[in-house]
Design a protein around this ligand. Structure first.
Ligand SMILES: *Cc1c(COP(=O)(O)O)cnc(C)c1O
Length: 466
């Protein structure tokens, strides 16, 4: 019986431990899972920092020559090895041919984005013409809202999460102000039910049903940055559009993390950054999507020469021949140095598929969840023992790779200790760790090592505070 055919991550782990004749918490299970990981070769495409290279490591506590435990891909993805090679190629080209680099080499600068937009389109489930790579995420969100948010007296609201990422909140707020509306009335902020952390799809649909006639744009994240919740984008899109709203998503935490089908779901617009799960480096080239059904009807409010049809762009006759759809939203010529690392990462994605990555991710994150539950479930008989509540949805279909762990104790000192022991993850005061095992380069052994190190960090903390 193939253990990987089991219906849930927990059952896979139980079958593997039975097969090996060991406890499901044994490191042998992790080694077995790594050995049978069909995507394990992809880790070699990235530079994994050594423990000693991280500025936070304390080499009296941990072996500096080991690879660090990098669970911060939700914040900044690791560097693809080919990034530097491609950047050097372009720097060489610039050194040797100057202006001729615009039209020569493997990434002619004048249409550098064209070499990679197809690869990106595959990752977000879009047609190539529906995707543009340009600017930063927040800039793209503004450009899209300038077209999709057209408030009227009756329909003037934007529906978004109460705890949306700050930049999205500010972007929406300022767009509402720009259009002469009042954020107090026009920003419809949706909160979870009292005592709950994530939004229920049913509640989202009810709110859209009730308020839809006054909503111009429904704008959720694809995956929530704080809770790790994966929204049901297909269902939300359908519900919003049925009420006459445009529906868009900020896919910053979804792209490269979960399967997206922006085209098939009929999403009106989307934007994302590429430096989280897509590993393009901080400030990397961001993405924008406009569905082809909007290509003729929705026009950019702001124009630049890069939105001009490429064939005639350089005639410079000042007669705009605007590219249809998202292509027409381009303003400036591309920063070729930003195209390079993104190209390197997208080539790694092209060696596999989001379906395969997602399959691994369910098990990898399921393994982390299983081990957390084994060691840190709340036990009323042992009130002194630290416990963890997992904020992220329990259902693997409703989350990406990230788990948000809420501890029963303040976490800042434990987090610092984790950092000293060669772990990179993220803390939100007072007691939440966000931990993202990414399927592209993290291993099952990383997860097992993390649990061991977490145990040491918590124990060290208790010794300090008897
Ligand atoms: C990371 C992130 C951002 C960051 O915006 P930039 O314009 O790339 O600085 C914005 N929104 C969301 C939802 C994010 O996750």
């Amino acid at each position: 019986m193939d253990p990987f055919d089991a219906p849930s991550p927990r059952e896979v782990l139980e079958r593997v431990s039975t097969l090996l004749g060991c406890s499901p918490t044994s490191s042998e299970v992790a080694l077995y899972l790594d050995k049978h990981d069909e995507l394990k070769h992809l880790r070699e495409k990235f530079l994994i920092p050594k423990v000693a290279e991280l500025p936070t490591s304390d080499l009296t506590l941990v072996d500096g020559t080991k690879e660090c435990i990098y669970f911060a891909g939700n914040s900044l993805g690791l560097q693809p090895k080919m990034a530097k090679v491609y950047i050097e190629e372009e720097l060489d080209k610039w050194a040797k041919m100057g202006v001729h680099g615009h039209v020569r080499g493997s990434r002619p600068w004048a249409w550098a984005e064209d070499t990679i937009e197809g690869l990106m389109a595959n990752i977000v489930g879009a047609k190539e013409e529906e995707v543009a790579l340009m600017n930063g995420l927040t800039v793209n969100l503004h450009l899209l809202l300038l077209s999709f948010y057209n408030p009227t007296a009756k329909r003037h609201k934007i529906l978004l999460e109460d705890k949306a990422f700050p930049s999205d909140h500010y972007a929406v707020e300022s767009q509402i102000q720009l259009r002469g509306q009042n954020p107090e009335q026009s920003m419809l902020l949706m909160k979870p039910r009292p005592g709950e952390e994530v939004l229920r799809t049913q509640d989202i649909l009810e709110l859209i049903e009730q308020e839809g006639d006054s909503i111009a744009v429904v704008m959720f994240s694809g995956v929530q940055y704080y809770t790790g919740q994966l929204f049901d984008m297909a269902t939300i899109t359908k519900a919003g559009q049925k009420k006459g709203c445009y529906v868009g998503f900020d896919c910053a935490h979804a792209v490269g993390n979960v399967e997206l089908k922006l085209h098939d779901w009929g999403v009106d617009f989307a934007c994302w950054c590429s430096y989280k799960y897509v590993n393009s480096g901080a400030g990397g080239l961001a993405g924008a999507f406009i569905h082809e059904k909007n290509a003729q009807t929705v026009k950019p409010a702001l124009k630049g020469w890069w939105g001009h049809n490429l064939k005639t762009r350089f005639r410079m006759d000042n007669k705009m021949d605007l590219l249809p759809g998202v292509g027409g939203y381009r303003l400036s010529n591309q920063p070729f140095l930003l195209v390079c690392p993104l190209h390197a990462s997208l080539e790694v994605f092209a060696m596999t598929s989001m379906t395969a990555l997602r399959k691994k991710s369910r098990l990898l994150t399921g393994y982390l969840e299983f081990l957390i539950q084994q060691y840190y479930s709340k036990d009323d008989a042992q009130p002194q023992r630290p416990s963890v509540f997992i904020i992220s949805p329990w259902n693997p279909e409703e989350r990406g790779c990230q788990l948000s762990l809420s501890f029963s104790l303040p976490i800042a000192a434990v987090f610092e200790d984790l950092e000293r022991r060669g772990v990179a993850c993220d803390m939100r005061e007072p007691n939440v760790l966000r931990v993202a095992p990414t399927p592209l380069y993290n291993s099952f052994s990383d997860v097992h090592r993390f649990i061991t190190v977490l145990g040491s960090a918590l124990a060290a903390r208790r010794q300090q505070q008897p």
